[in-house]
Write a protein that binds this ligand. Sequence first.
Ligand code: ATP
Ligand code: MG
Length: 354
Amino acid sequence: MNKKIVLLPGDGIGVEVIESAKQVLEAISDEFNHTFSFETHAIGGAAIDEYGTPLPDETDQACQKADAVLLGAVGGPKWDQNPSHLRPEKGLLGIRKSLGLFANLRPIQGFENLLHASPLKHEVVKDSDLLIVRELTGGLYFGTPSERRNNGQSVVDTLAYDREEIERIVEKAFQAASIRRKQLTSVDKANVLESSKLWREIVEEKKADYPDVQVEHMLVDAAAMKLITNPAYFDVIVTENMFGDILSDEASVLTGSLGMLPSASLREDGFGLYEPVHGSAPDIAGQGLANPLAMILSTALMLRHSLHLEHEANVVEAAVQEVLDNKYHTGDLNIRGGHKVGTEKMTQLVVDCI
Ligand code: ATP
Ligand code: MG
């Protein structure tokens, strides 16, 4: 199989973990006789420095032509004072929108040897295995904020959704639930928000197409609490953009580190962009300390969802599991004992297992 993969390292540790992803994919192509061709393009702060824009046209076009896209991370203090159109994050929002990536899948799974790195009790986190399905192209992130009024003292953000936008994300979530434990929790704030009321209606309508999936509605505040008091309760959570962002960072404590969480951003046809949930981590950038596992697990999601290489995806995930079973971990995981390693060594260990 010959596949074109675009690599967007971005900023900070994004550059380091993209290299890990590439090495892992090279190991997979050697082992299984695939040809992956890689093309690297600029995005985020790095693109601002080189091209004066966070999303250069050539990056956008290369992504449009690719079979899948891997992204490291964008942003950093160097660009924090930039005007809003020159923020690195604009590149990320821009590419998601331009590629039509509306479904963000964030699987959260507790790895046995890492559970002690979580501040939550072992009994609480031990059986947690959930998937957050976050809507990615609507809501507050894309509503144009009003001009400042009232001498700059008033401003309005808009949370807007169309029926089709809700239908397609809810459909994705039902599909995901139907091949997992068949339990779907739709998270909203329907006691306050009109958008949540429409969201609930649509979830109720879709239920008929998936009679074997159990559906429940939960208010976001209750869901936030339950996520840390009883995470094992959840199978698939589906929710709008901002709620999904907040809940998935919260859920990262289950795994002990942001450095363990992969994500997939998908279009209807299965095309996708894959990136770790964490950001560019400027505090440790360039030091070889970054945990590459979130990025490596993101490549497994890419193999599965965009390249339809389920076995290869399982091999990558099993390799990560084996390295953790052998008690290797990076410094972001607060674990006593075992072997503490850096980015390169961790990557090599995974490659060796493959
Ligand atoms: P963003 O605004 O881009 O979402 P953030 O403020 O959420 O970023 P991150 O950069 O994601 O912050 O991470 C917060 C901190 O967690 C980092 O500063 C770093 O110390 C740690 N961290 C995150 N990801 C990793 C990783 N892969 N390896 C090691 N440490 C990490
Ligand atoms: Mg963040």
